[in-house]
Design a protein around this ligand. Structure first.
Ligand SMILES: Nc1nc2c(ncn2[C@@H]2O[C@H](COP(=O)(O)OP(=O)(O)O)[C@@H](O)[C@H]2O)c(=O)[nH]1
Ligand SMILES: [Mg+2]
Ligand SMILES: [Zn+2]
Length: 297
């Protein structure tokens, strides 16, 4: 058997990359019986079919086994993700810190390594984004400022992608596809102004697909989000996904302190002393209240 990775699934077929070859695969019936649905990112063991069974385009194979998943995301459906690259633009569309914080929460929850990318620095007139770099670096996030179009600092990101499975996330129009085209020459993902894409209706036909990189590893170009619901999060766990609160865990007067209304709270003390960002704390309260209002089912 050969080990490979599912990179896309279309109409009951799975496309598995193994040793630089892509195999068109069916999955054994036992998976359906056991209610296991293969997803992209799955590491699988396949048996190759004999040459007569192969289609013109692909060699064919059978998925025999799915190896244990390190993690799995629901939206987009992909497993074994090592890192997430959250892309925003320093010009247009503008950075929404609320959306950035939501992305970071979902990433922290899944235990995925985050990187923040600020694109289009070639166009930046004002330096407002320096503050964002400072703030999020201080929290402990790695922030890369680059220009996909002018290929400034793209190599810095490329190094991080080597031999990793990376998901690209961020609003439409920030330059994710342009960036991937700069990283993987010959990729030719479609890029362009948001309005053009909508006019052509291309945004509706997208499916999720892992793109193998020539330096090793895979990337997933997500269609883009303008809003992101916090899903599957218990309000009492939310504080763990704010990286800067972790140092204070266990230092409040009350164990299990929500850092909201309890007396003797070390987080609120740090906030008063200016050691934590008010904006992030405000978002914490807002999300906490939102999650409290979610009805359980
Ligand atoms: N000035 C500038 N424009 C960029 C840069 N990267 C992408 N763009 C432009 O931003 C628009 C959206 O890019 P695209 O890659 O399609 O964004 P996506 O929706 O995130 O995939 C296109 O018109 C790109 O040419 C950059 O680094 N600088
Ligand atoms: Mg795109
Ligand atoms: Zn507290």
């Amino acid at each position: 058997m050969v080990q490979g990775t599912i990179i896309k699934g279309i109409a009951g077929f799975y496309y598995v990359e193994a040793n630089q070859t892509i195999y068109e695969c069916k999955a054994r019936g036992k998976f359906r019986k056991d209610n296991i649905i293969p997803v992209i990112g799955d590491n699988v063991l396949i048996t190759l079919s004999t040459a007569e069974n192969s289609t013109d385009k692909y060699q064919t194979a059978m998925i025999e086994d799915i190896l244990d998943r390190k993690n799995s995301l629901v939206r987009p459906p992909v497993s074994n993700v090592d890192q997430a690259i959250v892309v925003f633009s320093v010009t247009y569309p503008e950075i929404h810190l609320d959306l950035l914080d939501r992305f970071l929460i979902m990433i922290e929850k899944e235990n995925i390594r985050p990187y923040i990318v600020l694109n289009k620095i070639d166009e930046a007139q004002e330096k407002r984004y320096y503050q964002i770099v400072d703030d999020y670096s201080k929290i402990g996030y790695e922030v890369l400022c680059l220009s996909a179009k002018k290929e400034i600092n793209v190599e810095l990101l490329k190094e991080k992608l080597k031999n990793q499975t990376s998901v690209f996330a961020g609003p439409s129009g920030v330059g994710k596809s342009t960036l991937l085209n700069a990283i993987e020459k010959g990729l030719r993902l479609e890029t362009g102004a948001v309005s053009d894409k909508i006019k052509r209706g291309k945004h509706t036909t997208r499916h999720v697909e892992l793109i193998p990189l020539s330096i090793g590893g895979f990337v997933l170009d997500t269609p883009g989000f303008t809003s992101l619901q916090l899903e599957g999060i218990d309000k009492d766990d939310l504080r763990y996904y704010f990286k800067e609160f972790r140092d204070f865990e266990g230092q409040c007067k009350f164990s299990g302190c929500s850092h909201i209304h309890e007396p003797g709270c070390s987080v609120k003390k740090a906030l008063e002393q200016g050691d934590l960002l008010q904006q992030r704390y405000d978002n914490y309260i807002a999300y906490y209240n939102q999650l409290q209002n979610v009805r359980r089912w």
